[in-house]
Design a protein around this ligand. Structure first.
Ligand code: ZN
Length: 453
């Protein structure tokens, strides 16, 4: 564990000039991003969660007519909250319902029902930058019986915590300008079968959204381990699949040939999240979990993976299952239920800051280099890479990233200004990637080269 941490911290940049390695430095924080990170407030998060809990139940099939209780009141409040932040964005934030009719499934949806995700879109400032970065949480809740639409279902941690995180991020970020488009989504229907996310992921595919990342925040506010009685407020998990759920046979053949089963889109994004979040958030270690999700559980990132987008799940390190999907009750003196008093707001603040730092760093970055190729025409013990400049704003340069084939994380970064690099390391013995970087150190996502001439 500590070994990974020290690897992450020791990541060095080497400047590559005329084939000679001549200097190195560690990556620094952008003070503007640090300021935004610090704006995320634990007390705001607490207020947001308590407000969400006050609707009594946010069950997907609960009442939509009352102004004070049920999912209808909850979604309308979330929308009004986004709209409030929108006023501070000079009208740039576009707030809407993503409305659809969910068919009965003979399981957790008994008859066709109109459902609404709540979405806030902050358009990017560069028309040539079509990237879209999404963060989500689900606002529906449940108790022990997933079909119980009446009883108190506070869902403070699952998943008012994720919903509060995206609201607070939207409050801070919508006052700023980013090169690409940021999207904040409160999803519906998660507990009934990931219906809100499934519908939105399909829509994103059909409408050609250029989704570069979805960070799904689900159960992000508890730091207490049920069995261990240990508090862990210093770690957070990022679940990512290695091989994309949407992989085609041609992609599978390329993966098998290059051995890139550990370099799928979601896995790459997870590495990026770890590097950036640990740069900006103190006392937080990002644990990469190399799997899609936990046993017996699913989440809203998976429908996005299935549509071919890079999507990960962010979840607390420890879980307290006595406080998830439970009827609120006292049994033998023990209080069950997903109540606001069991949320660790300082921990949730860190997780929200982590998300925000990634959105900001990526939102400010130049786009990824295109047509990244590792030259495999001849047999040589060196590695030659070439690529084309990204669309939109020109980067200050590029990082060529390198790691041992057995290493979970990138270990070296070579800075180059040109659109090619030749390194004195064999392409057979290491993995490589390329990302663009601007003059303030904001990096794009990493592109894994394809083999070519
Ligand atoms: Zn959940």
């Amino acid at each position: 564990m500590m070994k990974f941490k020290s690897l992450g911290l020791s990541l060095i940049i080497v400047f590559l000039l005329s084939g000679k390695l001549f200097s190195q430095q560690t990556v620094k924080r952008d003070p503007n991003i640090s300021e935004l990170v610090n704006e995320v407030s634990a007390s705001n998060l607490e207020q947001l969660i308590k407000k969400l809990v006050s609707f009594q139940t946010r069950h997907t099939l609960s009442d939509t007519l009352s102004k004070t209780t049920g999912i209808g009141a909850a979604r309308s409040w979330i929308k009004s909250e986004f709209e409030k932040y929108g006023q501070a964005s000079n009208g740039r934030l576009q707030v809407s319902y993503d409305t659809f009719t969910q068919a009965a499934d003979g399981r957790r949806i008994t008859s066709p029902v109109v459902l609404k995700n709540v979405i806030a879109i902050l358009p990017g400032t560069d028309p040539a930058d079509k990237r879209m970065l999404l963060v989500s949480g689900h606002y529906d809740s449940r108790v022990t019986d997933v079909m119980n639409i009446k009883d108190f279902a506070p869902g403070a941690n699952d998943d008012a915590s994720g919903t509060a995180a995206i609201l607070e991020m939207c409050r801070v970020l919508s006052k700023q300008k980013f090169s690409c488009t940021l999207v904040f989504v409160a999803m519906v229907g998660e507990e009934q079968g990931l219906y809100g996310a499934t519908n939105l992921a399909k829509r994103a595919k059909e409408e050609g959204w250029n989704v570069h990342l979805l960070m799904n925040n689900d159960i992000v506010g508890n730091s207490y381990g049920m069995e261990t009685d240990l508090k862990d407020n210093k770690s957070v998990r990022v679940f990512s699949e290695g091989v994309s759920a949407s992989e085609t046979p041609a992609q599978a053949a390329a993966r098998q040939s290059a051995g890139t089963e550990n370099d799928g889109k979601a896995r790459q994004a997870a590495r990026y999240i770890k590097e950036v979040a640990e740069r900006y958030v103190d006392q937080l270690e990002v644990k990469l979990i190399y799997r899609r999700d936990r046993y017996l559980r699913g989440g809203d990132h998976t429908p996005f993976s299935q549509q071919g987008f890079a999507a990960v799940r962010i979840t607390e390190m420890n879980e307290d299952f006595n406080r998830q999907h439970q009827d609120v009750r006292t049994e033998n003196g023990f209080k069950y239920g997903d109540l606001p008093e069991y949320v660790d707001y300082n921990y949730l603040q860190k997780v929200t800051r982590m998300n925000l730092s990634v959105m900001a760093n990526l939102g400010l970055s130049t786009q990824e280099p295109e047509n990244v190729v590792v030259l495999t025409a001849g047999l040589t013990n060196k590695t030659a890479l070439k690529w084309e400049a990204p669309k939109g704003k020109a980067p200050a340069g590029y990082y060529v990233l390198m790691r041992e084939t057995t290493s979970p994380f990138w270990e070296k970064k070579f800075f180059v200004k040109e659109n090619s690099a030749t390194l004195p390391y064999s392409k057979d013995n290491y993995f490589f990637g390329v990302q663009s970087v601007d003059e303030n150190g904001h990096e794009s996502l990493v592109v894994i080269p394809r083999s070519g001439r």
